[in-house]
Structure formats: C-alpha cells, structure tokens
Design a binder for this molecule. Sequence first.
Ligand SMILES: Cc1cc2nc3c(=O)[nH]c(=O)nc-3n(C[C@H](O)[C@H](O)[C@H](O)COP(=O)(O)OP(=O)(O)OC[C@H]3O[C@@H](n4cnc5c(N)ncnc54)[C@H](O)[C@@H]3O)c2cc1C
Length: 352
Amino acid sequence: MQVDYLIVGQGLCGTWLSWFLTKENKRFLVIDKNDAITSSKVSAGVMNPVTGRRMVKVWMAEQIMSFAHDAYLEMGNFLQITSISQKNIIDFFPNVHQRQVFLERLEERETYLSSYPEQNQFNSFFNYQLGCGEIHHSYVAHLEVLLPAWRKWLTEMNRLWDEHFEMEKLVSGREWIQYKHVEAQKIIFCDGLSSFENTLFKQLPFAPNKGEMLLVDIPGLPDQHIYKKAFTLVPLSAAGKFWFGSNYQWTFSDPNPTKEFYEHAKRHLAQWLKLPFTIVDHKASLRPATLERRPFVGLHPHKENVGILNGMGTKGCSLAPFFASQLVNNLLRGEAIDPLADISRFKKVLSL
Ligand SMILES: Cc1cc2nc3c(=O)[nH]c(=O)nc-3n(C[C@H](O)[C@H](O)[C@H](O)COP(=O)(O)OP(=O)(O)OC[C@H]3O[C@@H](n4cnc5c(N)ncnc54)[C@H](O)[C@@H]3O)c2cc1C
C-alpha cells in the first residue's frame, strides 16, 4: 500500500492534519489506538480570545480564532454535524481583585469584553455577589461529536487503522518510510504525549500539564452561554449535560483523577449553582504543553521525511486547525510556518 503521508494519532492534531490533506486530495493513512482517555477527549472544547488572571488577549487571537471557526464550520458541514457553537462567556467575578482586573481591561477598551447589562439575569441559577462581565467571540467546539464523526468517515474511506503504532517497526529511508506493508513519503507524528518518548523528538522542551474535569447533569440550566467563576461550566451537545473544570498542574505523581479535585470541584459547584446537579463522571488527562507555550510544527530539521504537529497545550481547539493548515501549506507548497511554532527553531537540540 502506498500513501503520501502516514499520520500517527487522531486527536485534534491528527484530525485537522488529515482534514486539510483530504481537501488537497492527498493519499494518507491515520493510525490511532483509540485510547479512552486522551487530552482531546477530556477537553472542554472552549475557544476563548482572552486568557489568564490578567485577561490578556491570546497569542494571534484575531487570526487564529477566525480561522479555526471557519474550519470547524466547514468540517461540520461536510460531516453533517454541529461541530461548533458561538457562546459568550459569562464571567462571574470570583473575588474583588478579578473584578478590578476586568474593569481595568474594560477601560482599556478591550474589544472582547463588555459589562453585562442585566446583572440580575442569572439570579435564579447562580450565587454571585460580585457581579459579572461578558466575554465575546468565544466558542465551544463539540469535540465529543466531531472526533468520532471524523473517525467514522476515515474508517469508511479505509484511511484509518485502529491499532497501536510501534516505533520499532518503522523503517526510514532517505526518500520514504515504511511501516508494515505501508510505504509513505513522510510520517507525521500527531500522537500527543507519546511524542515525549519518541527517540526523534524527546529532546524537545515538552512540559505536560495535568487537568481534571467533572461531567455533570444540570437539568434546567440554559445552554446559550459558557459560565465561569474560577472554574468553567461548559454546555455539551446533549441537553442538560455540562463539562465542569479544570485545574492546571505542572507537578503530579500520575495522570489519574484525584479525590482532592473531585471534592474541591463539587464543593465549588454546590456553592455557586442554585440548581440541583448530578456528577456522572470524573476524568483527568495531561495536556501536551511546552515550556515556552508555543506548538511544535514541521519537519524534523535533520530528517526530512519525519514531521510533527504537537505541543498545543491548553489551546488545542484553536491552534490545531490553524497550524495543521500551515503544516500542509508547508509540505505541499513550501510556505513558511510561523517561526514561533516552526520546529526548526530546535535544529541544534534535535541534532543531539
Ligand atoms: C482537562 C482538559 C481540558 C482542556 N480544555 C481545553 C479547552 O477548553 N480548549 C482548548 O483549546 N484546549 C483544551 N485542552 C487542551 C487540548 O485538549 C489539547 O491541546 C489537545 O487535545 C491536544 O491534541 P493532540 O492531538 O495533540 O493530542 P491527543 O488528544 O493526546 O491525541 C493524540 C492521539 O494519538 C494517539 N496515540 C498516541 N500514541 C499512539 C500510538 N503509539 N499508536 C496509535 N495512536 C497513538 C492517542 O490515542 C490520541 O488519540 C484541554 C485539555 C485537558 C486535559
């Protein structure tokens, strides 16, 4: 079997890379072992143009968010699913300091923020003594629908192998690579955390970040908004189901859900929410983050038939479509990858 590209992984990165290659009529095969827990499967799917406690605009916000929005819409239309919804974030101030930060950013005329005109509108649903603001141009990508729908399409097209990729079975020549009976011009690793162990890429400054979430049933809570008060409550596709989380841990002993998070999150939700709720699941995963908080995109500087699309960290929903497209333009037309994401910035490190 001959293909142009072999792709390892069908999380957000492998999904978007295979989508843009499909649009270019390229031949490819995706190998993904369908882990029950991955970063993409645990993700909230939120695309938020402002970030952090200081509420600063995210890196390349205008360019990346609008590109991602259009890409999700197009893929959703192709698969005949709702893959993305626009939902403003109602930001309930958790303390006086955060309220002050929001007001200062408003005074600076941050375009994504506004004061919320009807401060009492959410009184029957939430406790919030310090008021709320609103964040515009934010979205929820419905990954729980999109990822399986794309997998199904790939399977029907005979473009996906549901199995574990074994690095030892990869044979690499100068102009091609071979894996079992598949010959490809290039192999691109979109395998999230597995790349941290990959002999070709493990020198990269990966910095995994652990996050946990609860899946919660909340009958009667309107699903037009994302709600935030230190934790975030995100409406999922199924009626009455919400994603609730998360935390960001740089040091941890294992990737598993913890009792501490469960108790803390449950207490927080009970104090914030006025409606009854039921916790139906609790999951944890590691975000494939990087030390300098920028992705790893492109061909290996010393092995031009091996590439990577990884390191999306906390922002995979918006970064993955944008950089998958840049990678395809680079592979097919030699167009430049943004220097802050281009893997060639690690040429020296990767020669070791
Ligand atoms: C709790 C939590 C909440 C998050 N919320 C958000 C959010 O709201 N918005 C946002 O933008 N980002 C969010 N993220 C981050 C986002 O999920 C990640 O940036 C993104 O999912 C990374 O995608 P990926 O494709 O690189 O990796 P992954 O999702 O890990 O995908 C890698 C794939 O490769 C497969 N694989 C690995 N090794 C092999 C092998 N040897 N053989 C075959 N297959 C293999 C895995 O099974 C997997 O399917 C969140 C992450 C977490 C943990």
